[in-house]
Design a protein around this ligand. Structure first.
Ligand SMILES: NC(=O)c1ccc[n+]([C@@H]2O[C@H](COP(=O)([O-])OP(=O)(O)OC[C@H]3O[C@@H](n4cnc5c(N)ncnc54)[C@H](O)[C@@H]3O)[C@@H](O)[C@H]2O)c1
Length: 336
């Protein structure tokens, strides 16, 4: 039986979620909500459901909602998530939020705490790890194909000329890269980060810290590095993740384009191109959202949600530790 889904925030990404739900056989869109009336009305017409202009009115309406996507944005792309997420969770609705969970750790903690208190599933759209290639690499890691993991290197870079606040780049983009690093190697305990203000493609000097290099020590002893930039794009690609271990290494390109296994004991390699038929980043939304729907349909325990609010909160704490490291010029322990 299909799940009744509501979507809050009908901008670009809310509509991407809606198109995924439309195509997914286990979802039915029953409500859309935006504080901008025209956006809500346009979406209601497009998806054939009622429009609401506040979460409160949507909850009062009596429309049965099994789970909701939260696609607001705001300061550093996460400033508006808190209030409507708390309203949805307060109303007993499982929530799939957009990243960053929040640009403020204290608010992220409150959302995670409320979901836990009410035993509700709370996921975040950490879509980069929801690819057949990333899942295959994780299986290899878990079955010991690389031996003991030693090093993880992650690069994520795009061209984003926007300037909002000094740490916009790390707070808005790197929930994704850090989530992928955590997916493969677990929790980070210490960081040491450096930032640089670069230039946009048209030569404008940046006000925000648009380039990042961070060293990370993981709880399991793995040593990692994150390279990030908003001054990239073009032929740079989107991301590259490499893990080495005592027996081998893998390289994962652009989340789903190429995955290659390299053995330490030989020169033969094993490469998958577009594993599982996934060809580009845009398709990661549908696969992440389908997993969220599956887990809700199966009524899994909130603690077993893949790409959970808790995962996103932990990534945000690593981000804040990187910022503290740069400001204090020191190695900083992550506070959990
Ligand atoms: N996972 C990904 O790969 C990915 C990619 C891009 C963007 N995002 C994230 O998606 C989110 C949305 O981005 P966007 O570009 O669609 O933003 P947007 O500004 O275009 O849309 C946000 C919408 O939310 C509405 N809104 C704000 N507060 C509201 C409230 N209280 N109730 C109802 N509606 C409200 C706004 O009116 C707006 O229409 C951001 O958090 C962004 O970081 C994720």
């Amino acid at each position: 039986m299909a799940l009744n889904v509501a979507i809050v925030g009908m901008g670009g990404i809310g509509n991407v979620h809606a198109q995924c739900y439309e195509k997914d056989p286990i979802a039915r869109i029953v409500a859309v909500c935006d504080i901008i009336r025209e956006r809500a009305d346009r979406a209601a017409e497009r998806y054939g459901c009622p429009a609401f202009y506040s979460v409160r009115d949507m909850l009062k309406s009596g429309v049965r909602i099994d789970c909701a996507s939260m696609c607001t944005a705001g300061v550093e792309n996460g400033g508006d998530h808190y209030r409507p997420t708390m309203e949805l969770l307060g109303g007993g609705i499982p929530v799939l939020g957009e990243k960053p969970i929040s640009n403020e750790v204290a608010k992220a903690e409150k959302m995670v705490a409320l979901a836990r208190k009410k035993h509700l599933r709370y996921g975040i759209n950490l879509n980069h790890r929801f690819t057949p290639a990333a899942c295959r690499a994780k299986e290899w890691l878990d079955e010991g194909r690389f031996g003991r993991p030693h090093i993880i290197n992650m690069t994520m870079w795009i061209d984003n000329p926007n300037e909002t606040s000094p740490y916009f780049h790390i707070r808005a983009l790197h929930p994704h890269s850090i989530d992928v690093m955590r997916y493969f190697c677990g929790d980070v305990i210490s960081v040491h980060a450096f930032f640089l203000r670069g230039e946009t493609r048209d030569g404008r000097k940046r006000k925000c810290w648009s380039n990042l290099q961070a060293n990370m020590l993981f709880k399991n002893g793995v040593v990692g590095h994150l390279t990030g930039s908003y001054d990239a794009g073009g032929g740079f690609g989107l991301e590259r993740c490499e893990v080495t271990g005592s027996k081998g290494r893998f390289v994962l390109n652009d989340a789903c384009v190429d995955l290659t296994f390299y053995s330490r004991n030989g020169t033969e390699t094993e490469t998958y191109h577009h594993l599982g038929g996934m060809t580009g980043f845009g398709e990661t939304f549908a696969s992440r959202i389908h997993r969220w729907l599956e887990q809700n349909a199966a009524k899994v325990a909130p603690s077993r949600i893949d790409g959970s609010g808790e995962d996103a909160l932990r990534a945000q704490k690593i981000i804040e530790a990187c910022i503290a490291s740069w400001e204090r010029k020191a190695v900083v322990d992550v506070k959990y």
